[in-house]
Design a protein around this ligand. Structure first.
Ligand SMILES: [Zn+2]
Length: 282
């Protein structure tokens, strides 16, 4: 039986224990690259969001049933973890109460930044539908493949060799059109697909990671670039033009977020440098 994200049920022999933070019991997830990816996620969480005091991962189908978990819970495939569950509740366990994730806005931003750096590999239970929000819960995103996980683990090894710029400085500028164009241009000889564009924005460019902190989201820009790029042999000018158009499109499409102070959208500027901050999602 596949769990919700498409990964098969895992037996105990297929999972491995890792210890991150202050939970001496550690956490079990699927062995191999999946374990490496979750170790990275948990280390980032522990260092940048809050100290980990309790973390749970894989559970057998029988145990999952016993505790009333969802029938196809991703925990059964060893591809989900619950972090500091006492502080970050599962909404369904508290019906009728106003839901709070238990994270501050700054912590929420740190989580979002980490998830962006993982290139969409992980989903967060806080994004589950209202009524089922589960802020403690992180999982391999729906449809994530073994190859996706392997590719991410490869980027971790590359980062170790050449660490990317720190991304915790919230005053970092957003990427300019030229910087984005540079990142896209570096892929000019590859067959550029939409997912490649996402990947390069999220993984290759520290500036794209800065964008993760800002109002303009890297995925929106990537989407627009992918749509704007012409077929065939690209020139550098093509790429720069596409990046500029993409930023303008994304700026125009920005939804007004209630907690963000109103700022005029610099729609005509080709390379906006506004230090807009992302309004954290509830
Ligand atoms: Zn969970």
């Amino acid at each position: 039986m596949a769990t919700l994200n498409g990964w098969p049920e895992a037996r105990e022999s297929a999972v491995v224990r890792i210890v991150v933070g202050g939970d001496a019991n550690g956490v079990t997830t699927l062995d191999g690259d999946v374990s490496t990816a979750f170790r990275w996620l948990l280390e980032q969480f522990h260092a940048r969001v809050e100290p980990i005091s309790e973390v749970n991962g894989w559970r057998s189908a029988a145990f999952n049933k016993q505790i009333g978990g969802a029938a196809r819970s991703n925990h059964i495939s060893g591809t989900a973890v619950d972090v500091n569950g006492a502080r970050h509740p599962f909404e369904r366990h508290h019906p009728g109460k106003r839901y709070s994730s238990g994270f501050t806005n700054a912590q929420g931003r740190a989580v979002r930044a980490i998830l962006k750096e993982a290139g969409g590999l992980f989903g967060w239970g806080l994004d589950f539908p209202v009524g089922l929000r589960d802020a403690m819960h992180f999982e391999l995103a729906n449809g994530t493949t073994k190859a996706d996980v392997a590719a991410f683990v490869a980027t971790l090894r590359a980062r170790k060799a050449a660490p990317i710029a720190a991304t915790t400085d919230e005053d970092e500028d957003m990427p300019t059109a030229d910087e984005i164009a540079q990142a896209v241009w570096s892929y000019r000889n590859a067959k550029l697909e939409r997912k490649d564009t996402y990947a390069l924005l999220r993984r290759t460019s520290a500036n794209a990671e800065a964008a993760a902190h800002a109002t303009i989201d890297a995925q929106g820009i990537a989407d627009a670039i992918a749509a704007a790029l012409p077929e065939g042999n690209l020139t550098r000018a093509d790429v720069r033009r596409a990046a500029r158009l993409a930023i303008q499109d994304v700026l125009r499409a920005q939804p007004e977020e209630p907690s963000t102070p109103a700022e005029p959208a610099p729609a005509e500027k080709p390379a906006p440098k506004a230090k807009a901050k992302a309004a954290p999602k509830p």
